[in-house]
Design a protein around this ligand. Structure first.
Ligand SMILES: [Mg+2]
Length: 318
């Protein structure tokens, strides 16, 4: 911790800033505190979200391929739209450009955003450019959903499910930073540089989910958000957390517990959701794993013991 600013907790800061604004009003309007804000639109909702990538904090200038930086910041927005049960539609981009920045690198950055647009089905309609001390790219995105799936809808008795596998992104980041180009680490690095938002799981979420969030900061902290906003206890079993063979091999090579890597791994962009138990059969064949259940109470239990999320504090000193 180097100064007062880095001692600020991300969520404390958001609460302080929100207190300076008028509380949003209007039937069906969703303000601060979920993956997206939302406004009623037609018979459904319009979703609004934004995400930022800052040089030196979210990517390593000169090392992280610029197309991957563009892909990932767009993916983070798409993933938030998915977590609320929506499909991405349109985006605006704000760019902060430091002195001496090579324009070719920015073109490559936009190639990555463009690839994401092709792949996920959104269009970039405009944006804004300013000088800055570091390279900063901020993506604002609009999406649409037939109904808003909130973080706060988990009820005692509901099942907790997660898509895909967890932990690869954290292992891939480590392997990338360490310059570990071994065959075993390549798939993990790919997962770190080119994560994919789970747009194909949105119809399933729309059909069954009572609450949902995407895994951008880590399973432990996302469970804590769902528990807090639902006013319930989320209890998971460590043995059920889905992990890839590549992650287990990586953990063995480094003498680490793969479950700990999986719990704290951010930028997975998998979907964590709850559903009534009588909808379980609809998960069949969907690459989704049930990892626990919602109970009366508060907080998060891992194998019966409370866990404190380490997650990612976006204001922590890098
Ligand atoms: Mg999110």
């Amino acid at each position: 911790m180097r100064n007062d600013e880095s001692n600020l907790g991300e969520f404390d800061l958001i609460a302080r800033l929100a207190a300076r604004l008028r509380t949003p009003t209007g039937a069906g309007v969703v303000g601060i505190g979920d993956d997206c804000a939302a406004i009623p639109h037609g018979g459904g909702v319009q979703l609004l979200t934004c995400d930022v990538a800052v040089a030196g904090r979210h990517f390593l200038p000169g090392r992280t391929p610029m197309a991957d930086v563009g892909w990932k910041v767009a993916t983070a927005c798409v993933s938030d739209v998915c977590a609320c049960g929506g499909k991405p539609g349109y985006a605006l981009i704000s760019l902060g450009v430091p002195p001496g920045q090579q324009p070719e690198a920015l073109e490559t950055l936009y190639d990555g955003v463009g690839e994401a647009g092709e792949s996920y089905g959104f269009q970039v309609l405009g944006g804004n450019v300013s000088g800055a001390s570091e390279l900063v790219i901020d993506v604002f995105m609009l999406g649409e959903a037939p109904r808003f799936i909130p973080r706060g809808g988990a009820r005692p008795g509901h099942l907790i499910a997660v898509s895909g596998t967890l932990g690869d992104a954290a292992a891939g980041l480590r392997a990338f930073r360490d310059g570990d180009d071994s065959a075993g680490s390549r798939a993990l690095i790919r997962r770190h540089l080119r994560p994919r938002a789970r747009v194909e799981r949105v119809p399933l979420l729309q059909a069954v989910a009572s609450a949902a969030i995407d895994i951008s900061d880590g399973l432990d902290s996302e469970l804590t958000h769902l528990a807090g906003q639902s006013g319930a206890c989320l209890a998971i079993e460590g043995a059920r957390v889905p992990m890839s063979r590549a992650l287990r091999d990586f953990a063995r090579r480094h003498g680490e517990d793969p479950l700990q890597l999986a719990l704290g791994s951010g930028e997975e962009f998998e979907l964590l959701f709850t559903l009534p138990p009588d909808r379980r059969a609809e998960l069949e064949g969907a690459d989704v794993t049930v990892i626990g259940e919602v109970r009366e109470g508060a907080g998060v239990l891992l194998d019966g013991r409370p866990i404190v999320p380490r997650g990612w504090n976006h204001l922590r000193a890098p």
